[in-house]
Ligand binder design. Sequence first.
Ligand code: CA
Length: 221
Amino acid sequence: MRVLLVEDDDGVADALVEALGANGHEPKRVARGADALTAHRDFDLLLLDLGLPDTDGLEVLRKIRRMADVPIVVLTARGDERTIVRGLRLGADDYLVKPVRLAELLARMDAVARRSAAHGAPADRVVRCGDVEIDLDARRVLVAGAEVALTTKEFEVLAVLASRPGTAVSRQQLMDEVWGDAYLAVSRTLDVHLTQLRAKLDRPGVLTTIRGFGYRLSTDA
Ligand code: CA
């Protein structure tokens, strides 16, 4: 895909442009936030560094989001959760903390592009995983035809995963979408909800743990 890399560090930018090109993408690099604001229209995906010389990357993100829904993956040296949460809230589709591992970057870019393509089509609001049926509009879950009683939060956790089946969703994303600001306090709570969900669904293959990252709903379970 056509990738716009917004990165002021020449070393990082050169390495990424070369690696993306070698992996079948068409990368173009700009070094300033102002350039990103004018150039973004011609690209399928943006890789956006947050520490830019002329303006804060989060500000660039906010401005582009007002104009376009092009997929944006944030690259940040800041691993702190507040910055990441702000980035996701402002409309970043995903983020990676630098130094970026190439294989992971390519995988995340593909996942984000897939998700964004799926958003363009009318969404299938009933997700089926074997005999588990998740109706996102009716907020109902059937297992082997029988309705399973879920709490509001359990359903919301499941719904976030079911809205992008087959895609790994990070713990941060899950907590941010279900709990918003309060999420710093709920890491353990998420574990409890997932344990409960697994017990209630009683289908071990449906909810997969991605070690050190998050979770995925498997539709081919
Ligand atoms: Ca930078």
